[in-house]
Design a protein around this ligand. Structure first.
Ligand code: KG4
Ligand code: ZN
Length: 348
C-alpha cells in the first residue's frame, strides 16, 4: 500500500511516498528559510502562500521519482495539527481534494506523532516501548510510547520550547533565522561556564521544563554595559550547555521513572550535536540506547507523516472519505488514542 504524506504545518513543505512493503520510495522538502529570513521569523501568511505554490510541484516530483502514477496512491496522510492555521489548511485542503479525486482514504495526522515515529524509518529502528524526547521549535515534551497511538505525557515545557529558546537567544546574539543551528555552530568556538547561566527546573523533581528564564538571563547579560560582542561564542556555549544539561537530566529521569532503556529523540533540536553526544554517552554508561531519525528526517518532512498514516491504517484506523477539511492548530498529543479509537480530528 502506498501512502502519500503531506506536511505544511510551518515553514517547510514536505511530500513523501511511503510503501508498506518497500519503505520510503521518495521524499522532497522545500524549506522556506530564505523567504522568512528577512523578517527574523516565520510570517504565517507568506508561509501559507508558499505552501500553495510548492505543494503541487513537490507532489509531482515525488511521484515521478518513485515511478508511481497518481492513480497508484492508495491513501493520503496530511498534518492536521498542531501548527499555523493557514499553513495547515493548505495541506488539508490539498490532501482532502486529492483523496476525493482519487477515491482513496485520507488521514489527518498529528505533527508530533510524525516526529516521534520517525526513528522507526531508520535502518536500525527502536522497538516499543520507549521514552521519546520531542524537542522542536514549538514543543518540548517527554512521552512514554508503548505503541502507535499509545502515548503518555511524562512532562513538558511550561513556557518556551527548547527550539524557541535557541531561536530567541540567537536573535539576542544577532544571529540569523533559524537561530538554533547558527547558535550551535557559534557555541563550538566558545567556552561554557563564564556566565553561570541558570539550569531551569533541573532540581524540580518532575519532568517539566522551563526555558524562558534562561533566555531572560541571556538578555540580562547582553544588556549589561560591560557586554562585548566578542564574548558571543562563550555565551552561546553557556546557553547550549544549560539547555543540553537540563534536557539530558530530565530524559534520564524519565527513563529511570518508567524503567525503560531506550530513548528516541525527535524534532529539530534533536539535530544538536552536543545534545546527541551527551545523551549517547550517558545512555551507553547505563546500558541503554538513544535512537534518532535519519538526519534529513530530523526537521519537518512529509516522510514522517506518510509513515504515521501507514501505521494508523495498519492499526485499523479508517481514513476519512467525506473530503471535510479539518485542522487543529492546537492539538495536545496526549489526546491521541490508539488508531482504532481515533477518528478524524475535530475542528477547534
Ligand atoms: O522540528 P522542527 O524542524 O520544526 C518544528 O518546530 O516543528 O524544529 C525546528 C527547531 C528550530 O527552533 C531550530 O532552531 C531548532 O529546531 N534546531 C536546532 C538545531 N537544528 C534545528 N536547535 C539547536 N541545535 C541545532 N543543531
Ligand atoms: Zn516539527
Amino acid at each position: 500500500m502506498k501512502v502519500l504524506g503531506i506536511e505544511t504545518s510551518c515553514d517547510e513543505t514536505g511530500v513523501a511516498l511511503y510503501d508498506t512493503e518497500d519503505g520510503l520510495l521518495a521524499h522532497r522538502v522545500h524549506s522556506q528559510i530564505d523567504l522568512h529570513a528577512a523578517y527574523g521569523g516565520v510570517v504565517p501568511e507568506l508561509a501559507s502562500r508558499d505552501h500553495i505554490r510548492r505543494l503541487p510541484v513537490l507532489v509531482k516530483q515525488t511521484l515521478d521519482e518513485a515511478g508511481c502514477p497518481l492513480a497508484g496512491v492508495d491513501a493520503v496522510a496530511y498534518t492536521a495539527g498542531p501548527g499555523l492555521a493557514g499553513a495547515l489548511l493548505v495541506g488539508a485542503s490539498f490532501a482532502e481534494s486529492l483523496g476525493m479525486a482519487l477515491g482513496v482514504p485520507v488521514l489527518p495526522i498529528h505533527h508530533l506523532e510524525g516526529h516521534l515515529l520517525s526513528p522507526l524509518l531508520s535502518a536500525d529502528p527502536p522497538s516499543f516501548p520507549f521514552v521519546a524526547l520531542l524537542v522542536s521549535g514549538g514543543h518540548t515534551q517527554l512521552m512514554e510510547v508503548d505503541g502507535v497511538g499509545e502515548y503518555r505525557l511524562l512532562g513538558e515545557t511550561l513556557d518556551d520550547a527548547a527550539g524557541e529558546a535557541f531561536d530567541k537567544t540567537a536573535k539576542l546574539l544577532g544571529l540569523g533565522y533559524p537561530g538554533g543551528p547558527q547558535l550551535a555552530h557559534l557555541a563550538q568556538a566558545g567556552r561554557g561556564g563564564r556566565f553561570r547561566l541558570p539550569r531551569p527546573m533541573l532540581h524540580s523533581g518532575d519532568l517539566d521544563f522551563s526555558f524562558s528564564g534562561l533566555k531572560t538571563a541571556v538578555l540580562n547579560v547582553v544588556s549589561d554595559p560591560a557586554w562585548q560582542k566578542a564574548d558571543s561564542a562563550d555565551l552561546a556555549a553557556d546557553f547550549q550547555d544549560a539547555v543540553v544539561e537540563v534536557l539530558c537530566a530530565k530524559a534520564l529521569r524519565a527513563l529511570a521513572q518508567t524503567g525503560l532503556r531506550h530513548l528516541v529523540v525527535a524534532g529539530g533540536v534533536g539535530a544538536n550535536r552536543q545534545l546527541r553526544q551527551r545523551l549517547d554517552s550517558a545512555l551507553r554508561r547505563k546500558g541503554g540506547r538513544v535512537f534518532y531519525p535519519e538526519p534529513e528526517l530530523c526537521t519537518d518532512n512529509g516522510a514522517m507523516i506518510a509513515f504515521a498514516g501507514a501505521c494508523r491504517l495498519a492499526g485499523g484506523q479508517a481514513g476519512g472519505d467525506d473530503a471535510a477539511v479539518r485542522v487543529r492548530p492546537r492539538w495536545p498529543l496526549a489526546d491521541l488514542r490508539s488508531p482504532a479509537l481515533t477518528g478524524p480530528a475535530a475542528p477547534r
